[in-house]
Design a binder for this molecule. Structure first.
Ligand SMILES: NC(=O)c1ccc[n+]([C@@H]2O[C@H](COP(=O)([O-])OP(=O)(O)OC[C@H]3O[C@@H](n4cnc5c(N)ncnc54)[C@H](OP(=O)(O)O)[C@@H]3O)[C@@H](O)[C@H]2O)c1
Length: 312
């Protein structure tokens, strides 16, 4: 199939382009950077230069490429994962998802694209017992940044799924780890854990659902080829509470165990209510639908498996 990827040069875009090529698809990647067009060409990938905030150039790029499928992996997230950097990046990240994404979607619709897949987020199922599935309501009334993200996801998924004459698929990914992500040993959270700057808050009972970046790419290609229109949670098989995964991550880095902070003290930090939500209330997600319909077979979280074996 001919597939146009917006965001193909980012953390998930890079393995995604490789997977698409490996499956024999014909890929066109969008980038703003002349330099990146050269490295894409070296990998045998056609590219086109455009900024998604310029609707005419995006429209021209997609009309020219005439793809059957468009995949949107646009973000404007920072290299560092901290409350401050995430807060600073939020306005442009929201804008790229809302306005940039709207321009890509409108261009795809105008070009008669058959299928459109976009990045979404698996973290925001409303807290409750067990794992969230695709029908679980989102945490629209949670702490400020969580609620804002849940509302954003609701809006962009709704916009896609109600677009006529196009098969829309929203892929709600878990926490990315692996090369090029915050949670890689050389990524920003890896550094923070080494420097004792990533504490466990309160009981650390928030449940995180993980996803290796290459599994994200594999699941996305499966959704291109055989997914049904609608929403898929794309997460691994091991939802883990913070007090389990964070010490395991520290062990895998040969770092000291993470420090502990009370909920009361965390609430005094900037964005404290969001930190407390992530650490004590977040709900894991179920991959049952992705397994059933996409034959998704995620790998195990290596730092947890390896360090548990090492300790036993
Ligand atoms: N579920 C998760 O846990 C999750 C989800 C997303 C990201 N992250 C984290 O966020 C960090 C950053 O990763 P990322 O891949 O999202 O960001 P990134 O590496 O900065 O990639 C962003 C992508 O969007 C494109 N883009 C941005 N603004 C654009 C514009 N105005 N016009 C056209 N294209 C534009 C970029 O293309 P060009 O720069 O080539 O133009 C690039 O392909 C990673 O550490 C990752 O772990 C985590």
């Amino acid at each position: 199939m001919k597939i146009f990827v917006a965001g193909g040069t980012g953390a998930i875009g890079r393995p995604l382009l490789k997977q698409l090529l490996a499956k024999g698809h014909n890929v066109v990647a969008l980038t703003r950077s002349q330099e990146r067009t050269q490295s894409l060409a070296a990998q045998g990938i056609e590219s086109v230069i455009a900024d998604v905030f310029d609707p005419d150039s995006v429209k021209g790029a997609i009309a020219h490429a005439q793809p059957e499928v468009v995949i949107e992996q646009l973000t404007a997230l920072p290299r560092t994962y901290s409350r401050e950097s995430m807060t600073a990046a939020a306005p442009v990240n929201t804008r790229i998802r809302l306005e940039g994404g709207a321009n890509v979607l409108a261009a795809a619709q105008a070009a008669g694209v058959r299928r459109y897949l976009r990045q979404s987020i698996a973290f925001w199922g409303i807290p409750g017992a067990g794992l969230a599935d695709e029908e679980t309501p989102l945490s629209l009334d949670a702490s400020p940044a969580v609620a804002a993200d849940a509302r954003l996801i609701t809006e962009i998924e709704h916009r896609l799924l109600k677009t006529s004459n196009l098969e829309g698929i929203a892929l709600r990914y878990g926490f990315f780890y692996g090369p090029g992500t915050w949670f890689n040993p050389d990524g920003d959270v890896g550094q923070q854990v080494r420097q004792q700057q990533f504490p466990i808050v309160g009981n650390g009972e928030g449940v995180w659902s993980w996803l290796h970046i290459e599994d994200a790419a594999i699941a996305t290609v499966a959704a291109v080829e055989q997914g049904n229109p609608g929403v898929y949670l794309i997460v691994d098989d091991q939802p883990l509470v913070v007090r389990e995964w964070l010490p395991a991550f520290a062990r895998s880095l040969n770092a000291s165990p993470p420090p502990r902070v009370s909920v009361e003290d965390a609430l005094k930090m900037e964005g404290g209510a969001d930190i407390v939500y992530y650490q004590t209330q977040m709900r894991g997600a179920s991959n049952a639908k992705a397994k059933r319909e996409l034959n998704f077979q995620p790998r195990s979280l290596k730092w947890v498996v390896d360090t548990t074996v090492a300790l036993s």
